[in-house]
Design a protein around this ligand. Structure first.
Ligand SMILES: Cc1cc2nc3c(=O)[nH]c(=O)nc-3n(C[C@H](O)[C@H](O)[C@H](O)COP(=O)(O)O)c2cc1C
Length: 385
């Protein structure tokens, strides 16, 4: 195919600028800012600079912002003090300012609610320096602890039912706070090997009670929480669930080996009330199950639920390479993305690093100016420009 001109791309890009309406959410376009941990909220409190950072992305034309992962109110949730909390009057006042500023700029925003489960902090070596989680007890389904490149192994005791219920209540409390503050929904971080994913994955969930069993049974922890959030918020309050096949310990890991597995996994979550699935991949063009349909495509097809895709949109290097300190040049993959969006594989497109370096990414895309996009440098993580 001949290289598309700016005019060709601008014409194709209109598919990204169609409004979206589903799952209680109305968006002016299909562009989502992916959740990205910044570690720039001292003491867990998002400051005025965090509000300005998100406001700038809303002004740049992002349809929906999903915030960096934020800690739910449970002492076992976190591994990093400068990641924002989603609890406590000081942190919630900071989030109120974020939501107000984004709304003033005409944007929509959801917090990503996060609990790391039993993930050793060393998994993000290079991004974080301190390897001591500072938490007395990490909580996970079967006491399995893993780290970047290190497969989970049994190191601790499984979570008690009381611990599981307390963590579940903390998710519900955080979501109720998001609702009260006026956020446009919540995203639950159920991807990448963290707490929810530890329940989902056979290698980290060896339980034989309500929370363990086959793949469908292993969704119960998440499904119960989704129901709890629905009851504590409102029928139309959007609940997004971020899932992935891969884990931080193992990029080749598969939650679902076949479409039938994936269907069994999704059904109880849809039934519980998930409105949108955010399907995390490192490269959006990689198909699942030996087809050219990516994870967001399969999830949409099997669940009938809207999906968000993500992964190296307009960038050459995938995210983990850059988390280890490499830069990434831009990559002209927009036409391929727009073709998949246009054929209905997924509904929304999340963009991560490209929006950190360039809040004007949406306007450039609308003009077809892929050649004017900026490369990504990990140095951009040092500030909230
Ligand atoms: C610095 C950084 C921090 C991230 N933090 C999170 C996070 O808190 N929660 C999450 O679900 N994904 C996180 N991710 C993954 C991104 O949401 C996204 O899926 C990934 O960067 C791929 O998109 P991109 O290629 O457009 O950057 C992070 C990625 C980066 C680069």
């Amino acid at each position: 195919m001949a290289k598309p001109t700016r005019a060709d791309l601008a014409r194709m890009a209109e598919t990204l600028f169609r409004p979206f309406e589903a799952g209680g959410l109305s968006l002016p376009n299909r562009i989502v800012m992916a959740p990205m941990t910044r570690c720039l909220s001292p003491g867990g409190v998002p400051g005025a600079d965090v509000a300005a950072y998100y406001r700038r992305r809303a002004e740049g034309g992002v349809g929906l912002i999903i915030t960096e992962g934020t800690w739910i109110p449970h002492p076992s949730a976190s591994n990093e003090p400068d990641v924002p909390r989603f609890y406590g009057m000081d942190a919630l006042a900071g989030w109120q300012r974020v939501v107000d500023e984004v709304h003033a700029a005409g944007g929509k925003i959801m917090p990503q609610l996060w609990h790391i489960g039993q993930t050793a902090k060393t998994e993000l070596e290079g991004l974080f320096t301190d390897t001591d989680s500072g938490v007395d007890r990490q909580v996970g389904p079967s006491g399995m602890v893993g780290a970047l490149g290190v497969m989970p192994r049994p190191l601790d005791r499984p979570a008690t039912i009381e611990e599981i219920e307390a963590v579940g209540a903390a998710y519900v409390e955080a979501a109720a706070s998001a609702y009260r503050l006026g956020f446009d929904g919540v995203e639950l971080h159920a991807a990448h090997g963290y707490l929810f994913d530890q329940f989902f994955w056979h290698a980290t969930n060896l339980r034989e009670d309500h929370y363990g069993g086959d793949l469908a049974a292993r969704t119960r922890f998440a499904a119960d929480i989704v129901r709890g959030i629905r009851a504590a918020t409102a029928p139309g309050f959007p609940i997004v669930l971020r899932i992935s096949q891969w884990k931080m310990h193992d990029y080749a890991a598969k939650l679902a080996e076949t479409p039938a597995d994936l269907e069994r996994f999704l059904a109880p979550l849809v039934d519980a009330g998930v409105d949108i699935f955010h399907c995390s991949q490192r490269r959006f063009w990689e198909g699942e199950f030996g087809t050219d349909l990516n994870l967001a495509g399969w999830v949409k097809k099997l669940s009938g639920t809207p999906t968000i895709t993500v992964g190296s949109v307009t960038l050459q290097q995938e995210m983990l390479v850059t988390l280890r300190g490499e830069p990434s040049a831009t990559e002209p993959n927009l036409a391929q993305l727009l073709t998949l969006l246009d054929r209905g594989d997924f509904d929304l497109v999340a963009v991560g690093r490209a929006l950190i370096v360039d809040p004007d990414w949406p306007a450039k895309i609308r003009a077809g100016a892929e050649d004017a996009l900026l490369p990504y440098s990990p140095a951009a993580l040092a500030t909230l420009a």
